[in-house]
Design a protein around this ligand. Structure first.
Ligand code: ZN
Length: 329
């Protein structure tokens, strides 16, 4: 990941905006349909992604759209949340910490669906909005989103591509978890294909392999290689988004993040409240970032940011519960 000079990039973006506006003077404003895609890549500490060679993440961020961020709530307060995968995903999905969404570990035994996820908010705003999930972990759809459950808002996903980790015939489970790498490849390829052909309004892509490599090998060349493999998968999806945008009047916001860092000593574990475990990162192509993006945003800021981009109206009682705020104007 290359961290560009944000001041210079901001100046260039401003200059470009002035030039574009200047060219369009007198023309009626073009309203493009907003589309949002968020991708969670599992368990990649900020220092690891910053060291790795990630040409596609660099291209998406354009220098300006990279920031360190945090998970884990406020240490010592009621919002303190374990730096564990499902806990982090659900903080992104609901814009709240674990003391509200009630997912404290990967068992996801009793999520509190009173804290609406972003798909439920989108469907309540406009049932015609199209939604999709592409995931290595089926629980993301069936448990965290509770798709189809009346208490979770009924059917919220128009398309899902997941469940392959349960198919041990096609993907025999090996101890080094290469089968997860293969499933990630499949998931990324399908996300690229579907997004380019169907252009869903809101999509979630989840890729897992980096966390498996972290648990297996810790910090080291294997982890860097896994991050670079992930970057290539993101690249295929990014190319699809760009192809889509070239042929449709659409304004795509893509947002990539991770769910937790890893321990300082080995990089093999996570779950605690050390700075490295709490530190994550966000990459986005958004040209509408505000100053909050530079002030160590949190994973709970992603929901309000997506809602801003998609211009979703959030019911007042749901909005009042949110722990985050938008880093997009
Ligand atoms: Zn994780």
């Amino acid at each position: 990941m290359t961290r560009g000079s944000s001041t210079l990039s901001s100046a260039l973006i401003l200059l470009a905006a002035i030039m574009v506006n200047g060219c369009n003077e007198g023309a009626s404003p073009i309203t493009r349909t907003p589309k949002a895609l968020f991708i969670i890549v599992d368990g990649i500490p900020a220092d690891v992604v910053e060291r790795a060679s990630t040409p596609y993440l660099d291209a998406i961020s354009g220098g300006r759209g990279y920031a360190r961020a945090y998970v884990g709530g406020t240490p010592g307060q009621e919002s303190e949340s374990p730096t564990v995968s499902a806990v982090g995903y659900n903080s992104l999905l609901t814009g709240t910490w674990a003391n509200k969404h009630n997912v404290w570990d990967n068992a996801v035994s009793d999520p509190d669906y009173n804290y609406w996820d972003i798909f439920r908010i989108a469907k309540a705003h406009d049932a015609a909005l199209k939604t999709a999930i592409f995931s290595t972990w089926t629980d993301n759809r069936t448990k965290l989103l509770g798709d189809g459950l009346e208490t979770a808002g009924g059917n919220k996903l128009d398309y899902h591509f997941d469940g392959f980790e349960l198919d041990t015939k096609r993907f025999p489970h090996d101890p080094l978890r290469d089968y997860i790498r293969d499933i990630d490849e499949l998931v990324a390829a399908e996300a690229a294909r579907y997004i380019e052909s169907n252009g869903p309004d809101l999509s979630w892509v989840y890729l897992e392999y980096t966390d498996d490599v972290g648990h297996g090998y810790g910090d080291g060349p294997e982890m860097s290689a896994a991050v670079e493999l992930m970057d290539g998968q993101i690249g295929r999806i990014w190319n699809a988004v760009q192809n889509r945008q070239r042929t449709h009047d659409e304004d795509w916001m893509i947002l990539i993040t991770t769910d937790h860092g890893r321990d300082e000593l080995t990089g093999q574990t996570h779950g605690g409240q050390t700075e490295r475990e709490r530190t994550i990162w966000i990459v986005t192509n958004s040209g509408n970032l505000n100053t909050h993006f530079d002030e160590l945003p949190a994973i709970v800021d992603i929901l309000p940011s997506i809602a801003t981009h998609l211009q979703l109206e959030i019911p007042e009682n749901i909005r009042d519960q949110l722990d985050g705020r938008s880093f997009i104007d």
